[in-house]
Unconditional design. Structure first.
Length: 378
């Protein structure tokens, strides 16, 4: 390449701010409402309009969104939730937090996502929900499995932490009729600093989510300010999204078209640069319909760990997303053999990916990967 790559390639992921976030936070600070307020509600309304859905419930994190979404769908003790082992541990922890049991299932090694056939094959009489993970932002279409799931009373709760802005067909993820949970964490497609959201299916489910996020209190914050008492009618947590975080999200949403364009361009630059490199398989993000949060590859023939170490030594911020959860000590009670996932967990590696990077940075990272593969063969 004709010039050195940006030092940003040393970081696997990094938040991207557009310049108005600090002023938005200052404005929210001066308003004096930090727990829940009008800015949070504006964020909910704006996200709902962006997705084309009637309602969105904002919460403190993507993990909280999953926990609340599962509880609102009726998941609890005695139930099983089908979930890919190939995901961040937060997905599984949210299931455990409800008192339900995770039942780990395989994924497609080319996409990192579950397939309808695997879901149907794993169903048991105790299955209450299936939690597909939209790995790499790619939509998961369980339409072929839906008649069976609906007949058996199994709810689909999507872990769309990585998929804000992506599409399934002509609709945005979140607008496809299932419970959808987003994360707006530091390095997501849209960041609030920290935050998450649930897309409920019905007004009743939305009301349930709002009570769950607010300690089980029936009345809204605005209504409580006008009365001398309030009603707690069930379990709840304090997992509201602060207006400070919502203020950041509103600025980010104003610039989301730029995020879509730049992230797709960077992923395509990687795809071009990686083409023809032996021993590496690019995980298919379906980029025409996906707003990618990462670029993941499989390093084949048992070389991943050596290549990973060499790239880190060369200043390339590679990562591993993710080790298999069914092999983790915390989840050992639910272990079952998953050879595809186990192999994928040994091969997966993510390349530097964030909006500070350019296509030239992608070319540089791919070139360093090629050289690391050669060294790993010696």
């Amino acid at each position: 390449m004709s010039r050195a790559a940006s030092p940003d390639v040393a970081r696997n992921a990094r938040p991207y701010l557009y310049g108005g976030e600090e002023a938005a936070i200052a404005s929210a600070l001066s308003a004096g409402q930090y727990n829940h307020g009008a800015v949070t509600e504006e964020f909910e309304q704006r996200v709902a309009a962006f997705l084309g859905v009637p309602d969105v419930v904002a919460v403190a994190s993507g993990t909280a969104a999953l926990h609340v979404g599962l509880l609102a769908a009726g998941v609890g003790p005695g139930h099983e939730v089908l979930v890919p082992s190939f995901t961040f541990c937060a997905t599984v922890q949210a299931i455990v937090a409800t008192g339900a049991r995770p039942r780990f299932i395989e994924v497609n090694s080319g996409t990192g996502c579950v397939e309808p056939a695997e879901v149907l094959a794993a169903l048991t009489p105790h299955t209450r929900a299936v939690l597909p993970v939209l790995y790499g932002g790619r939509a998961v279409d369980l339409t072929p499995a839906r008649p069976t799931l609906d007949t058996r009373g199994v709810t689909v709760v999507e872990d769309a932490a990585q998929a804000f802005g992506s599409c399934q067909g002509e609709r945005r993820v979140g607008a496809t009729g299932v419970v959808t949970c987003f994360s707006f964490g530091p390095v997501k497609n849209l960041t609030c600093g920290l935050g998450g959201a649930i897309v409920p299916r019905t007004p009743l489910e939305a009301d349930t989510c709002r009570r769950l996020r607010s300690l089980g209190i029936v009345e809204s914050a605005a209504r409580r300010a006008e009365t001398t008492t309030y009603t707690v009618d069930g379990f709840g947590m304090r997992v509201q999204m602060s207006p400070l975080n919502a203020a950041v999200g509103l600025v980010q949403l104003d610039h989301f078209a730029e995020a879509e364009t730049r992230r797709r361009a960077l992923w395509r630059a990687y795809a071009t640069a990686l083409d023809g490199i032996d021993g590496v398989a690019l995980v298919d993000a379906d980029v025409d319909r996906t707003v990618p949060p990462m670029c993941a590859v499989r390093v084949l023939d048992g070389r991943r760990d050596r290549v990973f170490g060499e790239l880190r030594n060369r200043g390339i911020g590679v990562g591993v997303h993710y080790p298999a959860n069914h092999t983790q000590p915390a989840f050992s009670p639910w272990h079952r053999p998953l050879p595809v996932t186990e192999r994928l967990g040994r091969e997966i590696m993510t390349l530097p990916f964030h909006q500070h990077l350019t296509p030239r940075d992608a070319e540089h990272a791919a070139g360093e990967l090629r050289r690391a593969l050669v060294k790993a063969d010696r």
